[in-house]
Unconditional design. Structure first.
Length: 131
């Protein structure tokens, strides 16, 4: 499979690198860099995607380019079902589970600590406009 790499830098010093599959046109990885005043690239974040184009891993880096934390995502069909946050050493820090209604809309994101205890819940509400 042929992969095309693209690199774009803005005047603000933010740069984005992407590896795109020539076969499917899907982005396989996306990397974001900050560029300091001396032109040094500092890694900001990186995403890995599966064959369906879904983000399966996301890495976040500090201002020095060192790994701060990373996330692993689970899916059932097209829906994201869970998000796991890990420390740089691979220790689970937090798990979030998504809830959906019958219409397929996300209704909640429930957060658990590493021991499995619920620590918070984010609720999504939708307002619909009638004609």
């Amino acid at each position: 499979m042929k992969i095309t790499h693209t690199f774009l830098c803005l005047a603000t010093g933010l740069c984005i690198s992407a590896a795109v599959s020539a076969q499917t046109g899907e982005v396989k990885t996306r990397t974001v860099y900050e560029v300091d005043s001396k032109g040094k690239k500092i890694l900001d974040s990186k995403e890995e995607r599966d064959d369906r184009g879904r983000v399966v891993k996301r890495y976040e880096y500090d201002e020095y380019g060192d790994l701060k934390k990373y996330y692993v995502y689970e899916y059932k069909g097209k829906k994201e079902t869970a998000e796991y946050e890990y420390s740089p050493s691979g220790k689970l820090k937090e798990k979030a589970v998504y809830e959906y209604n019958e219409a397929g809309k996300r209704t909640a994101k429930v957060y658990y600590d590493a021991a499995g205890k619920q620590i918070k819940k984010k609720v999504y509400e939708y307002t619909y406009y009638a004609d």
